[in-house]
Design a protein. Structure first.
Length: 398
C-alpha cells in the first residue's frame, strides 16, 4: 500500500484548522454581536442583581433570554461554559500547518532566491522572530497609555503590521511573507485569549468562590482584547485564502495591497459592529467596498507589463525553458523532492499541454513572477521575457 502521508497529514491539518477557525470566529462574532445588541434590563430584580443588559433571541424554533452582568453574578453558577479551546486549537493547527508547508518546505514555499539566498534554518528563525516579536510589540502597546484609546491604538498597530509585511517581503517570497503576517495576527489573537481573557475570567471566578467582589477592570480589559480580535478576524481570513491569488502576493507592492484590503475589511467590520448597536452608518460599508474596488483597479493597472522583446522565440526554446524550470513539478513523473504528483494536475510534458496552459504560465511565470515557487531553479528575467514572447506566439489570445 502506497500512502502519501505528507499529503494526508496536510489535508487533516487544513481541515481541522478550518473547523476550529469556524468555531472560534463564530463565537467571537456572536459575543460581539450580543454585547452590541444588549438593552438595559427591564425588571427591578435584574437591576438589583447587577445585570447590565439583556437580549431576547429566537433561533431554530426556540426563544433565548441572555443577560450580561456589569461585573459578575453574586454567586458562582454550577454550570459555566468556557470558550477557549476553539482559539487554542485554531492556533495550534495553524502553527503545525506553517511548519509542515512553509518550514519543512522552506526552499519551495518560503525562500525566494532572487531576494535572499537564505538557508532554511535561517528562514525559519526569521519567521519565528517576527511572530513572537509581533506579540510582544502588541501586548506592550496595549499596556501603554495608547492602549486606552482604541482608535489611536488601531492606527499604530495597523502601521506596525504594514511595516512587518514590507520587512517580511525583503526576506521571503510574497506568499511566505503574507502567511507570516497572518501568523503574527493569529498568534496575537490566540495569545489574547490565553494570556489575558481567560486568566482574567478565572480571577473573577476565583473572587466569586472566595466570596469577594470581583475587580471590574479585569472584565473591561478582557473585553477590549476581545474587541481587538473581532477587528483582526477579516484580515486573517483574507490571508488564509490569499495563496490562491498570486495577483495579490505576486505583486511587487503586495504589502500595500494587503494593507489596502485590510483597511477595507476593518471598515466593513466596523459597519456591522455599529449596525448591531442600532447605528446605521452606510458610509463605512461604502468606503470598505470602494477600498476593495480601488485596490482591484490599482493592481490590475499597476502590475508588471506583459514582457516584450524583439525577434521570435521558437517552440523548441519555449519547451526547453519549461523543461528546465517547470517540469520538475509539473510532470507525470515529478523529480522535485517532496512532490509526488503534478500540483493541481497541471503537466507540461508535451507542447500541447504547454499550449493549453499558456495563459496561466504567462500570468504566474512571466507577469507575477511567482513561478517557479521560490525560484529554486534561478529562472532569469531574460528567460521569463523569452517565455512570454514564445507562449504568446503559441497562443495569440491568452
Amino acid at each position: 500500500m502506497d500512502i502519501d502521508f505528507s499529503a494526508w497529514l496536510g489535508l487533516a491539518l487544513r481541515w481541522f484548522h478550518l473547523m476550529a477557525g469556524i468555531m472560534w470566529i463564530g463565537t467571537s462574532f456572536y459575543f460581539i454581536w450580543l454585547q452590541n445588541a444588549l438593552k438595559p434590563p427591564q425588571s427591578k430584580e435584574d437591576k438589583k442583581a447587577g445585570v447590565a443588559g439583556e437580549a431576547w433571541l429566537v433561533h431554530g424554533g426556540g426563544f433565548y433570554h441572555n443577560k450580561k452582568y456589569a461585573v459578575a453574578p453574586e454567586h458562582m453558577p454550577e454550570d459555566l461554559h468556557w470558550f477557549k479551546w476553539e482559539a487554542y486549537f485554531t492556533w495550534i493547527s495553524g502553527m503545525l500547518l506553517l511548519g509542515l508547508v512553509y518550514y519543512y518546505g522552506a526552499s519551495l514555499y518560503l525562500i525566494d532566491r532572487t531576494k535572499n539566498n537564505l538557508d532554511p534554518s535561517e528562514a525559519v528563525l526569521i519567521g519565528l522572530a517576527f511572530i513572537i516579536g509581533g506579540w510582544f510589540f502588541y501586548d506592550g502597546l496595549c499596556k501603554t497609555s495608547v492602549g486606552k484609546n482604541n482608535g489611536l491604538f488601531g492606527l499604530i498597530w495597523f502601521a506596525a503590521l504594514t511595516a512587518a509585511a514590507y520587512a517580511l517581503n525583503q526576506f521571503f517570497s510574497g506568499r511566505g511573507a503574507f502567511i507570516h503576517v497572518g501568523a503574527i495576527i493569529g498568534t496575537v489573537m490566540a495569545a489574547n485569549v490565553f494570556a489575558i481573557i481567560i486568566p482574567n475570567q478565572k480571577k473573577v471566578v476565583a473572587s466569586l468562590l472566595a466570596g469577594e467582589k470581583p475587580d471590574p477592570y479585569l472584565g473591561k480589559k478582557a473585553g477590549q482584547r476581545s474587541l481587538h480580535n473581532n477587528y483582526m478576524t477579516l484580515p486573517v481570513l483574507l490571508i488564509m485564502i490569499s495563496n490562491h491569488y498570486p495577483m495579490l502576493f505576486g505583486n511587487p507592492h503586495n504589502w500595500l495591497i494587503l494593507a489596502g484590503l485590510s483597511v477595507a475589511a476593518w471598515l466593513i467590520r466596523h459597519f456591522f459592529n455599529l449596525d448591531e448597536m442600532g447605528i446605521k452608518n452606510y458610509w463605512y460599508a461604502a468606503a470598505g467596498v470602494a477600498g476593495f474596488v480601488l485596490v482591484m483597479l490599482l493592481v490590475s493597472g499597476g502590475g508588471k507589463p506583459p514582457a516584450s522583446a524583439t525577434g521570435q522565440v521558437s517552440p523548441a526554446e519555449v519547451r526547453q525553458i519549461v523543461r528546465t524550470h517547470c517540469s520538475a513539478c509539473h510532470s507525470d513523473t515529478p523529480t522535485y523532492e517532496g512532490i509526488t504528483e503534478a500540483p493541481t494536475g497541471v503537466m507540461f510534458d508535451t507542447m500541447e499541454e504547454i499550449k493549453k496552459y499558456a495563459p496561466r504560465i504567462i500570468v504566474r511565470a512571466v507577469q507575477d513572477g511567482t513561478m517557479p515557487l521560490g525560484n529554486t531553479t534561478n529562472m532569469t528575467d531574460e528567460e521569463r521575457k523569452k517565455l512570454g514572447v514564445g507562449l504568446r506566439e503559441l497562443s495569440p489570445s491568452p
